[in-house]
Write a protein that binds this ligand. Sequence first.
Ligand code: GLN
Length: 270
Amino acid sequence: MVSASVKFREIRQALAAAGAFDADFEAREIIREYTGRTLPLTGDISPQEERKINETVLRRKTGEPLQYIFGQWEFYGLPFYVGEGVLIPRPETELLVDIAAKRLHPGSTALDLFSGSGCIPISISKKTGAECYAVELHDAAFGYLKRNITLNSANVTALQADACDGALFGDIRFDLITANPPYITGEEMRELPENVRFEPETALYGGTDGLDFYRAFIPAWTGRLKEGGAMAAEIGETQGAAVSGIMRNCGLEPEIIKDYAGLDRVVLGK
Ligand code: GLN
């Protein structure tokens, strides 16, 4: 038997040596996932728990993200299946759900583009009671989207299609359209942290300047907003002015909203 606190320090040390960005956080998450324990740690862990922990640390040392190894990750207090082929939900993306919560209520209609795991539309649906639609093109991600709708019993209709095609829903108009498109630039792609390299390029790479998808989906969907409706797009921290310009060209009045780290993170167009 090994004591939980000794094991915790051993994991933290191993992950730090392997270059993990926040070894303390990851060590806590691993202990919690396999033993249910949180700090302060007391007592011993079982040999079975230790075996699972050791396997996880070995996989993590290859660069594989912790979220893929666990197979599930939390976003906005809800569980989401994740794994190869789907972007891991990021905490800063919760800002889109907060924006939706201020604008939507039961009876509203919302659309999310480039849905991936579905963390955005599923959370919006649960939080606001709005009727939500989700669009995702890629097979693996679409599979996760469907499974996550079921996992959360969410009122979300998923469509496997190109999110830049504004004719997908015929005459339906939306109170809010959200999107977290791929927005990493060519230069940034060459410098991605190792764990992000495990995530699908199709969910990350936004063309040379990172803006290809904004140029495509914003003009395609602006005409599908209801009177008084809005579009909310997550952006990379340096893309606020450019995405605001694209929205303005489509007749929307843009506002840049910062995330909880103080970085530009969403452009809201009304
Ligand atoms: N926020 C993600 C990252 O920094 C990128 C997600 C995206 O391109 N939409 O890795």
